[in-house]
Design a protein. Structure first.
Length: 202
């Protein structure tokens, strides 16, 4: 492989890196929150790194924590790592004996299945709670979803990262503050009509 070919692959590799980290982290956190489990980000990244290293040496596709495939496994009742072995066995059987009948399966059918699963993953109640607690974060989620549909997954994720950093910096310079005041019974309460004044800088 020449240097020019390696440089040509760098943007693709960077895109794969962003996609793998973002989608895998979002998927693991979403399902861990659903089943009240703890997420180990280091273990996830280590597993993804090892799997992609093996994929690079064997010439297979990149490995990613797919939200739709995880949702399919969840709906099928997968609750342990044994399910991964069962799925691998099913894929092997399909590759050996069912490639002929499945070669005429329209892509629209597969797209419809993935779309149905993806729509089922949208948590409207959580979005409503986010809108009530943090409207800025809600609009960021809506803009990200629209960007993914309109211009692509990679561009949508990069736009979400940029907007999140901008929102974080803006919030750091203009934080939400409240003023606690004691009442007649010496209990503290939020003084909504008072404004905390900033100290003079000179």
């Amino acid at each position: 492989m020449t240097w020019s070919e390696a440089l040509t692959l760098l943007p693709v590799a960077a895109s794969c890196f962003v996609m793998i980290i973002a989608q895998s982290a979002a998927t693991s956190r979403a399902f861990a929150l659903r089943y009240h489990e703890r997420v180990e980000e280091d273990a996830d990244i280590l597993g993804l790194s090892a799997a992609n290293a093996a994929a690079a040496l064997s010439g297979t596709f990149v490995v990613n924590g797919s939200p739709t495939q995880t949702a399919m496994a969840d709906r099928a009742g997968a609750r342990s790592q044994i399910a991964q072995l069962v799925f691998a066995g099913v894929v092997l059987l399909v590759l050996l004996f069912l490639t002929g009948p499945l070669q005429y399966l329209p892509r629209g059918v597969l797209a419809g299945i993935v779309f149905t699963i993806a729509v089922g993953m949208i948590d409207v109640t959580a979005l409503r709670d986010i809108r009530r607690e943090s409207p800025g974060e809600f609009y960021l989620a809506i803009v990200t979803a629209a960007a993914v549909v309109a211009i692509g997954v990679e561009q949508g994720i990069l736009l979400a990262i940029a907007l999140s950093l901008f929102r974080h910096v803006r919030h750091s310079y203009n934080p939400h503050t409240i003023l606690l005041m004691p009442n007649a019974t010496d209990r503290w309460f939020q003084c909504r009509r008072c404004r905390a004044t900033r100290p003079n800088q000179g």
